[in-house]
Ligand binder design. Structure first.
Ligand code: ADP
Length: 160
């Protein structure tokens, strides 16, 4: 059984992430979307909120699970028996860092392979940062995230 993890911050999850999730779920038997509990990164949404938004978004894909993890990705993969890492590539700027991380993870554990999916052209510009930037100025984010998340994102900026 091929078990993969798609790790990230997902702060918040976007249509770009969803595209990678949908496509990679067709390649592997089980996909775990792993939300990183990174206390050093100042996130807009709490870990629980990020997990629950991804659960809502992926509820119709039976082989997708959502979980959170902290610490080293390779250790978490060992714990859950996953051997494949899924990452999305948007532009060459993503590549240098991703290559380095993929190689470092492979050195840690030779069983681990990273699969890169290239972004759908429609979403090549899209990142959680762009969503937050637009939302902070009250801009239109309807092309970036599902309708049901829009107010939740705006609400985060209400008191700021
Ligand atoms: P991280 O902090 O690990 O970069 P992100 O939540 O920003 O976490 O991204 C998680 C993964 O999703 C990364 O592999 C990133 O390249 C990919 N990704 C993000 N947005 C897109 C997009 N629009 N198209 C394809 N892949 C994307």
């Amino acid at each position: 059984m091929k078990k993969a993890i798609y790790p990230g911050s997902f702060d918040p999850v976007t249509f770009g992430h969803m595209d990678i999730i949908t496509r990679s779920a067709k390649i592997v038997d089980e996909l775990v979307v792993g939300v990183l509990n990174n206390s050093a990164k100042n996130s807009l949404f709490s870990l629980e909120e990020r997990v629950s938004m991804i659960k809502e978004m992926t509820k119709d894909i039976p082989n997708v699970k959502v979980a959170s993890f902290d610490g080293l990705l390779v250790d978490y993969m060992n714990e859950i028996g996953a051997t494949i890492i899924i990452r999305g590539l948007r532009a060459v700027t993503d590549f240098e860092y991703e290559l380095q991380i993929a190689q470092a993870n492979h050195v840690q554990n030779e069983e681990i392979e990273t699969i890169f999916l290239t972004t759908d052209l429609k979403y090549s510009y899209l990142s959680s940062t762009i969503v937050k930037e637009f939302a902070s100025y009250g801009g239109d984010i309807s092309k970036f995230v599902p309708e049901c998340f829009i107010d939740r994102i705006y609400d985060k900026y209400k008191d700021k």
